[in-house]
Design a protein around this ligand. Sequence first.
Ligand SMILES: [Cu+2]
Length: 429
Amino acid sequence: MNLRRLLAGGLSLTVLTGALFAAAAAPSSGATATPGEGILCEPGNGVYTMSATTGFETMPDGNSVFTWGYHTPTHAFQNTAPVICATAGDTIRITLTNNLAEDTSFVFPGMSNVQADGVDAVPQSDATGRVTSLAPVAPAKGGQTTYTFTADKPGTYMYESGTDSRKQVEMGLWGAIVVYPACHATGCNQAYDDPRTTFEATREYIHMFSSVDPDIHSAIQLGQPVDWSTYSAKYYLINGRSAPDSLSPNNAAWLPFAPYGSMVRVRPQDPNGGDTLPALVRYVNAMDKDVAFHPHGNTERVIGEDGQPLDTIGKPDNSYGSFLVDIGSNRTAESMFTWTDQWHYDPTTNPIPVPLSPYNDLIIKGTWYAMSPYLGSQGALPPGVTQFNQCGEYYHMAHNHALYAATNYGATFGGQMTLIRIDPLGGCA
Ligand SMILES: [Cu+2]
């Protein structure tokens, strides 16, 4: 929904967002979210042990879906897969054990010197010349292959199955690789080599998009034939979670199969010219459809796509502000933003130029709304209302603007939807 016009009224959006999520946020997770936790890199320092394994994923509506995924020994099952982080120039090694009943493999689009057990990872074919896999496989039922590659360019990338990939990626065999520029080793916090891509280190996020057709997953579980022409996704995930689970913290105990949250937390621009660094959001789209991701209330600046910086030292600045970030199928992008609206509102010197609605006319479920339109201040809550707002921060929705993808099996306000949290300039006490 395009609520930009409502924002002109100053307060409607936060009221609305609070109301929309109030009913949805609590039941699935059963606990208060710890909002705005950033990207979690898989510990490993360039050397990883992963297994491809079957498991089940619980959706917010209670449905349990058979899926596949990659996981390290610290998890029994995981979807979405571990996030691999590297610094440009690093060599990464992943030993894959295949617990599935069919062959699988890794491909690493955008990486160089990709090898499998020490030989070049070229496509495989059978005796008739038919390609059977885009890379040497880890054989079914316990086979093991070690893949290595060089991460030579900064950016956001995917790793995924190169074997029967329409099926295996749908089932969950894919993940993200984050490559920081070489200066990361000496302490820079940049997305690319250009210093203009500097972000606030504690505000780096990742949104990994996927979708699930539960009928196809069931057919695969039961060993039945799959008709891909009937593919019709019913669940749309960010980091393996549908809203409202997307709001739960990293490593939420009630979502063991999906350890990554996706609430983005930003700060407002400093009206006095202080240097508020932007948050960085990395987008990875493993779906067969594009994602038009819509952050409410504020534009984002798209700074890179597919590991290519749009804003390069000595070249024209091709980064662009957008109220809708398009991430193509099997593509990646990065955007940066601070909060540029509303910091200047002040109840005395610059009041919101519309009368506030009478208290009794507001639909307040209270969960996120501060009961005040002013960033950094809170008002009195109606009796009996549970309040998750900590210090007068704002919350805005961000969601896939294809609204069928913002649902859980057709039920609205689910799917690829999350919140952006805007902290007051001084942060929360
Ligand atoms: Cu909307």
